[in-house]
Design a protein around this ligand. Structure first.
Ligand code: N01
Length: 482
């Protein structure tokens, strides 16, 4: 099997393939494993779900220092995992797959230099936060200082004494401003749309907790306590639903916290989002509100009008002289495996399939593309469920499909009808969710959210309920079918 990407998804899948005795090769464009946790190294990077729900349940570690681990620890975890499991031996680093083509019952993967290899099954474990979004601000190229996207931090630039502008108020921008502000740097934070921010402490994991987590029965107790805390503070189930008492209570809690943290009524009003709570992913920070009131940090409300050699001109025409600009402006979250080209039978391409907007069969399959699968594709619950949990459901389903293909001797692709039926059910539920109430990276070009609108239990059930009748058979070649 060919896997594209050695991030969390690719490693998770590889582990399960190895356990099933299936041979695989992972293609990784970077020089190390870790995916988004390899790319993002910005100051202040932390995971925003409880660390224990972010590690693989079959590969627990005890070196975590914080309830929400720093990015460096997650990066270490994923690279250690690849080495300790032997998966690393199967990874081709610095090898970006440019094209996948279905030819005579198998996939040909083409890498730079025209190198090709054949695989019976291909899984794009490419993630959805890997193509930086760089808005075309007029004059960007004229800036005389240093600038970079948040996921491409330039650590060779010494920030001491520099005037730093940070554009964007998503999770990346909030974490960066919090950290640079705490370090005492001169920071100007360009806020086009104020965000609801969850004030969440990030305590150290105590020695007692570490000991407790080594005892399975006690660890179970701790996990339940954390799950309850997560539900209470994240309200991740609440974001899915439009008005109701639970949302009212959550709104009141956020407003009260904002009032407590920002005593100045003018600043509080400026920082108060106009968009409904939860329609965008909620950044979490223990200290952003405190930091933004420090004398070394200035929030600048409104957009960026243009960039000049000396800095940024804001939407009011005011000039801000800067030495460094960080664009925390997000990602092209609809790229998925692209820019890689995918060409299925009869010349069908993924670009053509998705011309009207991205979609998939249950987040993993594409009609017309036999034995080509995605992890965390369109309609996956990446908004509301921790990634390892999403993967547990998706990879469990893929392993069942692979076993079926082995037994039946055919390559499989979801039918257009089954895919449309699935998408229809999901789309019908989306107007009732908070996600449909503002512009966000969850929505496609038609304004329809492309994420899972239901519960975790329903996510599990949809795979249990999936029928072989949803799949079209193709003649397959390769080890799986020999
Ligand atoms: O990106 P975003 P992100 N002019 O898309 C602004 C995950 N993540 O990298 O709201 C001015 O959320 C844009 O403004 P607006 C997490 O899933 C996880 O921060 O469009 N501003 C917005 O404020 C997250 O959701 C973690 O008005 C412009 C910001 O840029 C996802 O990654 C940490 C602009 C983009 O926010 C993406 O987060 C970090 C323009 N032309 C990220 N264009 C952890 O778990 C865009 N913006 C640790």
């Amino acid at each position: 099997m060919g896997i594209i990407g050695a991030g969390m998804s690719g490693l998770f899948l590889a582990h399960h393939l190895a356990a099933a005795g299936i041979d695989y090769t992972i293609f990784e464009k970077r020089e190390a494993a870790g995916g988004t946790w390899h790319d993002n190294t910005y100051p202040g990077l932390h995971v925003d779900v409880i660390t224990r729900s972010y590690e693989f349940s079959f590969a627990r570690k005890h070196y975590w220092t914080k309830r929400y681990a720093p990015g460096s620890e997650i990066r270490r975890y994923l690279t250690d995992f690849a080495v300790e499991t032997g998966i690393r031996e199967h990874i081709r680093f610095r090898t970006e797959v440019q094209l996948a083509t279905w030819e005579e019952g198998a996939w040909t993967l083409t890498s730079p230099g025209g190198v090709t290899e054949r695989f019976d099954v291909v899984v794009a474990a490419t993630g959805f936060l890997h193509v930086p979004k760089r808005p075309a601000f007029p004059g960007t190229e004229t800036f005389a200082g240093h600038s970079w996207h948040s996921s491409e931090w330039d650590h060779s630039v010494d920030l001491k004494g520099k005037r730093i502008g940070v554009v964007g108020t998503g999770s990346s921008g909030i974490q960066i401003v919090s950290e640079l502000g705490k370090r005492g740097h001169h920071v100007e934070h360009f806020i086009r749309t104020p965000q609801w921010i969850q004030v969440k402490e990030n305590p150290k994991i105590s020695l007692l907790e570490k000991l407790l987590l080594r005892v399975p029965a006690l660890a179970g107790h701790w996990d339940r306590k954390m799950a309850a805390l997560r539900l209470e503070t994240d309200g991740s189930e609440t974001w899915r639903l439009v008005p109701g008492p639970e949302r009212e209570e959550m709104n009141a809690r956020f407003r009260a916290k904002l009032a407590e943290e920002i005593p100045d009524p003018v600043l509080r009003e400026q920082l108060t989002p106009k968009e409904p709570l939860g329609c965008k992913r909620i950044p979490k920070s223990p200290d952003y509100y405190r930091v933004v009131q420090r004398p070394n940090v200035t929030p600048v409300f409104g957009g960026v009008q243009r960039i000049e050699p000396a800095g940024i001109v804001d939407s009011e025409g005011e000039r801000h002289e800067l030495d460094v600009i960080v664009f925390a402006t997000g990602f092209d979250t609809h790229a998925y495996m692209r820019p890689m080209g995918v060409v299925g039978p009869e010349g069908l391409t993924v670009d053509k399939l998705w011309a009207e907007g991205v979609y998939s069969y249950r987040g993993v399959g594409l009609p017309g593309f036999p034995n080509f699968f995605l992890l965390n594709g369109p309609f996956a619950p990446v908004n509301s469920i921790a990634i390892p949990t999403c993967l547990r459901d998706e990879v469990g389903f893929l392993m069942r499909l692979i076993e079926t293909m082995r037994q039946e001797g055919y390559a499989l692709a979801p039918t257009e009808e089954a895919t449309q039926a699935f998408c229809g059910t999901v789309r019908a539920a989306l107007p009732d969710t908070t996600y449909s109430l503002c512009d966000n990276w969850y929505t496609d070009q038609g304004g329809t959210p492309i994420i899972w609108p239901f519960t975790r239990a329903q996510h599990v059930d949809q795979y249990a309920d999936a029928s072989l009748a949803d799949f079209e058979r193709f003649e397959g070649r390769g080890a799986l079918f020999d």
